[in-house]
Design a protein around this ligand. Sequence first.
Ligand code: URA
Length: 213
Amino acid sequence: MQTLVVDHPLVAHKLTMLRDAATQAPTFRRLADELVTLLAYEAMREMRVRPVMVNTPLCPAAGVKLADPDPLVVPVLRAGIGMLDGMARLLPTADVGFVGMVRDEESLVASTYADRLPGDLSGREVFVLDPMLATGGTLETVINMAADRGAAAVTAVCLLAAPEGVARLESAFPADDPVRVRVVTAAVDERLNDRGYIIPGLGDAGDRLFGVI
Ligand code: URA
């Protein structure tokens, strides 16, 4: 697995505002949306393209288009929904699948309550949206779901990551894994606390996006 921490002043600025407990939900949602678009730009750097010719007003010109098949974007419910618009802005033709995961607050083990992914992902690039890579349990499960259905590459786009989660995914998906797995994030923080929250982090991403339910 490869981890890319996007090093850019705009990314750092928006992440700092997301961390701030004084940032209210409407601003938090807008910032998360903008930050995802910046991360998505980097996440798509290795997308496959095919050569095409177009006619400019003056003459033919060689260029590229994104290769078929269309990529699949998978927000992990619920917090990943807050990342979908920012991603779809750059990839409007992508299909969207959904996975619902809930984590037991005592054991911190994540279990699947919804699986709305295509049965066959042969050769497709998959972008998984999950704001917080904490223990890594959720992303390990979702990446395996995509890999088992034939995905060629899986990129997880996360606002923030913990070293524990990155290490777990690195051991689950070693560099020679047949599926190319990458994590793109704005920062890898210090650690997890005993409740599985990222420190310093930004709190519960779902609650900050959508409120406490
Ligand atoms: N999920 C969150 O929303 N926040 C964390 O810090 C860890 C997991």
